[in-house]
Every structure is written in structure tokens, then in C-alpha cells.
Design a protein around this ligand. Sequence first.
Ligand code: ATP
Ligand code: MG
Length: 424
Amino acid sequence: MNSALISAVRGMRDILPEQIGAWQRLEKTAATCFHSYGYRELRTPLVEQLELFTRQIGETTDVVQKEMYRFTDAANGEQVALRPEATVSTVRALLAAGKQRGGTVRVWYGGPMFRHERPQKGRYRQFHQLGAEALGSSDPTLDAEQIIMLARLWQVLGVHDKLRLDINNLGNRRERACHREKLTAYFQKHREALDEDARQRIESNPLRILDSKNPVTLEIAANAPALADELGADSQRHAEQVKEKLTAANVAFNENAHLVRGLDYYNLTVYEWSLADDGRRQNTVCGGGRYDGLAENIGGDAFPGCGFALGMERIIDILPPEAPAALADCFVALTDSGTAATAVADRIAEDCRDRGLAVWRHVGGGNIGKQIKKADTMGIPLVIIIGADEIEGDYITVKRLLDGKQQQTAVNDAAIVSRRLLDA
Ligand code: ATP
Ligand code: MG
């Protein structure tokens, strides 16, 4: 009996075989690029203790307040969450492994993240990030290196022309506290003109008001006290060095004093890559920055660091198209009369795989002509034919579809002949 098909959870998508090529291209290219800068892969659990995120990302951020998948484990009452991002998990994992005692650590990660947002194009509840983190040093070389590494990745992927880079400097905790006091006072003075969302943030997170999408609020924010005026010599030098290194590496950037990022843990360098000419709200493809106090906040030793995460769905959306790879190198077509053909087909398929060929072994019968047509529509360049005549005469036929060239050979030589026809 048929019952209604159970659908996927809203905002969570399947990645079908015909879509996987772009994903694998991005994953492989990124892994190679990150490796060339000394980054090694780290894999952390998808589920963490809730407190890890509430304490680190910030109680008043959207990610924690509105978007986090949090639940109580029915088996033991533990408060857990699906990871909404992986920076804090990475820092937790490295601290747990004692890596803060061993100098600079460079790691990258990739995988699904979960945020309970309103699904729309480019915004999902399960989405995927690739990210990298470097810990153990406050050297601006690391901040710049990551941005330059991303510029290289965009170049190799062929998306560099579509992206722009905005950077800002958030200073240290004391400088931010001074600025925050002045901001709060300023927004209090203009309270009446602000939208509801902004008003709620005056005390809790006035910096986020600068990030508002409301035009009236933005107009008021334009004249708000600037953080740049609070920055001391050390913060300024850090910012200058990052910019010098980007310039030396020919990476173009825009300084954007209103760039604050949605998570609380950042200091000094912050940056975002977004679609250069796009009015969509979902146009940020990658965000990152420095988070020197994060490790101590988790309860670990001092372990300054910086990192970024890119949204895979949003990058895949702008990847230049590439011809889909053929499903296999050869198609084994066989007559459905008798078991002799079946045994020969199985054997030849394995022989070909021994020689490094990818093989689509036909099942389900039908005449040879139809099978050859099917191979052609699948884009498979070679067909190995085990027809009635072939079984009778104890040979097989290998046919190259591109030019129709074909060759008859003994079963034992089928794989060698196929390889030769393919490579010729
Ligand atoms: P946004 O402003 O789009 O909400 P964000 O500031 O919340 O992004 P980050 O936490 O910086 O995003 O995550 C890094 C990247 O991950 C983003 O730049 C984006 O490309 C991607 N990303 C974030 N949330 C989603 C989502 N719900 N669906 C798809 N991609 C996402
Ligand atoms: Mg967001």
C-alpha cells in the first residue's frame, strides 16, 4: 500500500549525483589550496554542549538567540546543540588536545552547519561551510595569509571577478568598550528615529545597529562615533600591517568602517567577501577575522587566533559551469540469452577495473542496439559488446562511439583492447 512520501525537513536539501561534481570540485580545490599554506584538516562533532556556543558566539547574537538548533538529549538530559559554525568547536578541540603548548597551529575543516533561519535561495537550515583557523600567534601575517589564501582559491575556482573584499579593524576589548559607551549614548539621543530592532540593540549590542538594513537607521548610524577614533597604536599597527601585506600580494580591498560581523568573539581584523554586483541580501560568501580572547573564554589558556568560513552553497552558485564528467569509461552491453554472456560480462567488467577503467555493467536485458544507444546518451565513450554472435564465436567486440571504430578480440584481451581504444 502506498502512503504519503515523507519529505526532507524544511530548509535541508539533498545533493543529487548530478549536482555532486561542483561540490567535489570546490572541496578538492580548497583542500589543495589550504594544504599549500600548511593547513591540515580537522574534523569535530556535529553536536556540542549547548554552553560552548551560548558562551562563545554571544548570548545576544542572532545565531544564538534565534537560529540555534538546541535540544535536550532525552536519554540523559544533557543540553546540546547542532553546530551553527565550527570556529568554537575547533578551538575547543585544539585546547583539549593540548595544541596551545606547541606553537602555531593551522587547521581547516568542512561540513554541514545548522541554523534555524527562514529558508530562501542561498539560505538554508542545513548548509555547508569550508573554513580555516590559525592559532598560537597574534602576528598579522596570519590574518593577511588567510585573506591571500582565499584570493588564490577564488582565482583557481574562476570566481575572483565576481567577488569584493571588505575589511575593518575592531580594535581590542578596551577600545571597543570605549566606543560602545559612546555609541550607546549616541543612539540613546536618537532613540525616537530608530527602528524597533535597533532600539532593542542600543544597550545589548549597539555595534550591530551599524549593520542595520533599515535606511533611516542607517542614516543615523552614518554619523555615529567611529571606532577608528578609539584605536590605540597597537591596533592601528596591526591593521596597517595587514593592509600592507594585502597590497604587496595584489589583493584589492575596501575599508568598511561599518563591517562588524554577526558573532561576538572578534577583535582587530574582520573581513567579508561578497558578490560584487548583487543587491540580494544573501550575497556574503565568506566571513572571517581575529578572535584572540576566544580560547580563554572557553576556559583554556591564552591561544590567540584568526580564521574564516565560506558558504559552500553560495560559492557553488557562482562557479563557472564545467562539462559533466562521463559516468564511466566503458559500458558492458550483453545479450540476454543464456548465462554464458552474464559470466563473460562480469569478468570483463572486473578486468577493466583492474586496468583503472570505470565500468557501467548493464543490467535489465533489452537488445544490444538499445543498450548502445543508452551508452551514448550517458556520454560513455566505449561499449564492450557481448552479443549472440560473440558468444557463439567466443570473442567480444569493442566499439568506440565517437567514430564508430570497432575491434574484435578474445575475451582475455578485452580490457587491454578497451584501454588502447580509449587512449588512442
Ligand atoms: P548572513 O549575513 O548571510 O546571515 P552570516 O554572517 O550569518 O551570514 P557567517 O556566520 O559569517 O555568516 O558564516 C560564513 C558564511 O556561511 C556566510 O558568509 C555564508 O556564505 C554562509 N552562510 C551563513 N548562514 C548560511 C545559511 N543559513 N545558508 C547558507 N549559507 C550560509
Ligand atoms: Mg546569518
